[in-house]
Every structure is written in structure tokens, then in C-alpha cells.
Design a protein around this ligand. Structure first.
Ligand SMILES: NC(=O)c1ccc[n+]([C@@H]2O[C@H](COP(=O)([O-])OP(=O)(O)OC[C@H]3O[C@@H](n4cnc5c(N)ncnc54)[C@H](OP(=O)(O)O)[C@@H]3O)[C@@H](O)[C@H]2O)c1
Length: 347
């Protein structure tokens, strides 16, 4: 190991611009053993499910994971974009094991149907990657009155994790990876303000709060599922030049473009977390550039109530409770989700 590597890494972590950009990755990939000694085995025989693989980081992660030999199934909301991505991922990776299902994550009934369909066709799931995400400039709600950032980026990933848990347990050691954002560093998890009211809505704030919640939930899943062989990792990719950034932050992209990571670079820690030996990763940690990072570099963003993540998890368990005998229990034709696995620590 290069002696001064960790010190340089820590200095980069303290400075946002170099740390989140191409500069940080270029330096870390030359100095840190996580990069220089990466000899992880391939993913032959493994099944990976990733959301949001039609574009940007998710597309690049799907290509990287398919190249390592995994069968990649992805969730997409538009059939035309999904089919284009399937063909592109297959061509770029040389894999014939690329498939998809359709659901908009902001429609929880569609997410349930997607999970049932997955379970009907798969016995096991080795890696679940919650990658899909976006900034919504306007305040909009679903039919239940939930603001769409929260519905699609907090509730839907929880519901998917919950419904696919039997398939994850069947494949243990398995893992769930949540793609968060460094934007969450500015926000505190507070259940009373997680959903912004329409009058005070700001898309980037709603997004950052949802990303903070994803990380807290990943830690909470890890705590509750300790000992099951299912591990949970949250990460942030840094600043990546993707269609999502171009749409949400055009001014930022224009100024920062020379320093932004490519989608392939942004996907690197995701595919590394999917392949690194489970023992070396633990569970419930937050990662950036292949290293575990503190969740609260700004101390004032730490939860005032240490039980907040537990309460959020309990709330989501209640709002995603099965409303059909098929969900989680597995009706006829269910494979990977055929057994009822009660959520741990409930009630
Ligand atoms: N780029 C960055 O600098 C950056 C930084 C921090 C975190 N992230 C996170 O990285 C992840 C990927 O972002 P990206 O930059 O690669 O953005 P992107 O290019 O816009 O890709 C986003 C993907 O998510 C899908 N998606 C969005 N909303 C969805 C919904 N409601 N239902 C189903 N699919 C949905 C999109 O599908 P469509 O093709 O149908 O739109 C697309 O495949 C996101 O979670 C983002 O928050 C990115």
C-alpha cells in the first residue's frame, strides 16, 4: 500500500471539488489499494437487478456488471428506452443475459407488479441496485398524496427490497446497493420535514432529503437483517456527466464539465461493491470512490433523535404492507419469492 495514500484520500474527502470530481478518482485510483489490488472474481451465474439502466450511471453499471458475467435484469419505465438499452448493454458487454421489466417507480402498484413478475421468473437475486433517481422541479404527488421524490426514491426502493427479500435470502451472501448523492450531506433526516409542503417545495432539497433517507434506511436494513447473509451498502458516485445532471443542473454542468466523471467512472464504485468480497465490505456503510465514508461530514445534519431511521423504517413497513395475498407470500407461479419472510423487527 502506498504510504501516503490514505492521507491524500482524507485530504480529498475534505475538499468537495477535487474529491467529487475526476481529480479525486484519478489520484485515488493510483494510490489506494482498493484500486491497485482489485482482483475480484467475476459474476458468472449471478443475477443482478438494477433500476434506471436506460441512461447515465445505471446504464454504465449494467454494462460493467454484464461484462463480469452477471445476468442483468433492469427496471425501466418506458418500453422504447428499455429496448434500446437492452440492445446497447448486450452489444457493449457481449452478454445474451440482459432482460428488463417495466414499472414507473412513482407508481407503487406498478412496482408491486414488477416485483411479482421478477419473482415468477427468478429463483434468486444476488445483487439489487437501487440506482434510478431524478430531481423533480415541480411539486407533484401520487394518488395517495405522497410527493413523487419520496414515492419514487424512498418508498419504492423499500417496497422492492421488501418484496424481493426472499430471492435475496435464497442467494445469500447477497447484497443491496443504494445509489445516493453527496447532496444529502447538507440535509438532516427528520420525519416531520422529509416531505416538503407544496408552498416550500424545492426540487434539489426534496432530492437531497430523499437521498439522506436512502442512506439511513440502508443502515437500518443492515441492522435488522444482520446474520441473514444479505448485506446493505449505500454509496454516492461523485459528480457525473449524465443526462440527469444536464436536465436538473444545466448551469452546474456547463461550468464543471471538464471535471465531471464519465458515467463509467460514476458506476465504478457500484460495480466494485457488487463484486468485492462481502467480508471486506461489512454491511450498513456509506461508500464513495471504493472507501467507506462518514455520513455526517457536517455535524449539524446528524439526527437529533437517534431512533429516526428506525421510525422511518417502521413507517415504510406499514405503508408498504402487503395488500394482496400474492405480495411477499408468493402465489402460484412464484419462484424466488415463494416463501413468506416476515420483516424483521416489526411489531
Ligand atoms: N450524475 C450525478 O452527478 C449524480 C450525483 C449523485 C447521485 N446521482 C444518482 O445516480 C443515479 C443515476 O443518475 P444519473 O445521473 O445516471 O441520471 P440519468 O442519466 O437521468 O438516469 C436516471 C435513470 O433513472 C431512471 N428513472 C428516473 N426516474 C424513474 C422512475 N420514476 N421510474 C423508473 N425509472 C426512473 C431513468 O429512466 P428514464 O430513461 O425513463 O428517464 C434513468 O434510467 C440517481 O439515483 C442519481 O440521483 C447522480
Amino acid at each position: 500500500m502506498t504510504g501516503f495514500g490514505p492521507a491524500v484520500d482524507a485530504a480529498l474527502e475534505a475538499c468537495v471539488v477535487p474529491g467529487f470530481s475526476r481529480i479525486g478518482l484519478a489520484i485515488r485510483s493510483r494510490l489506494l489499494p482498493e484500486y491497485t489490488a482489485d482482483g475480484h472474481p467475476g459474476l458468472d451465474g449471478r443475477t443482478i437487478l438494477i433500476t434506471g439502466a436506460t441512461s447515465g450511471i445505471g446504464y454504465a453499471a449494467a454494462v460493467a456488471l454484464a461484462r463480469k458475467g452477471a445476468a442483468v435484469h433492469f427496471l425501466a419505465r418506458d418500453r422504447g428506452r428499455a429496448e434500446r438499452a437492452r440492445r446497447g448493454i448486450a452489444a457493449a458487454s457481449g452478454s445474451t443475459s440482459i432482460s428488463y421489466g417495466l414499472a414507473d417507480l412513482e407508481d407503487l402498484d406498478a412496482v408491486r407488479a414488477f416485483a411479482r413478475q421478477f419473482c415468477a421468473t427468478h429463483d434468486r437475486l444476488d445483487v439489487l441496485i437501487h440506482n434510478a433517481g431524478a430531481v423533480h422541479p415541480e411539486f407533484r404527488t401520487d394518488t395517495a398524496g405522497t410527493e413523487l421524490t419520496i414515492a419514487g426514491q424512498v418508498i419504492a426502493p423499500f417496497l422492492l427490497t421488501r418484496m424481493l427479500m426472499p430471492a435475496l435470502v435464497a442467494a445469500a451472501p447477497s447484497r443491496v446497493i443504494a445509489v445516493s448523492s453527496g447532496g444529502m450531506y447538507t440535509q438532516r433526516l427528520d420525519l416531520s420535514t422529509l416531505q416538503l409542503p407544496a408552498a416550500r417545495y424545492r426540487g434539489v432539497t426534496a432530492y437531497a432529503r430523499a437521498k439522506r433517507a436512502q442512506v439511513a434506511l440502508s443502515r437500518e436494513w443492515a441492522r435488522r437483517l444482520a446474520g441473514t447473509g444479505v448485506a446493505f451498502h449505500a454509496m454516492h458516485p461523485g459528480w457525473v456527466d449524465t443526462p440527469g445532471v444536464a436536465a436538473a443542473l444545466p448551469g452546474f454542468r456547463q461550468v464543471m464539465r471538464p471535471l465531471l466523471l464519465s458515467p463509467e467512472q460514476g458506476a465504478d464504485t457500484i460495480s466494485w461493491l457488487a463484486t468485492a468480497p462481502q467480508m471486506s465490505l461489512g454491511s450498513g456503510r456509506f461508500w464513495h470512490d471504493r472507501r467507506a465514508r462518514p455520513e455526517y461530514p457536517l455535524p449539524w445534519t446528524r439526527e437529533t433523535d437517534p431512533g429516526t431511521a428506525r421510525k422511518l423504517w417502521d413507517h415504510l413497513a406499514a405503508v408498504t404492507a402487503t395488500d394482496s395475498p400474492e405480495d411477499g407470500a408468493g402465489g402460484a407461479g412464484q419462484r424466488g419469492c415463494r416463501s413468506v419472510i416476515p420483516l424483521p423487527g416489526q411489531g
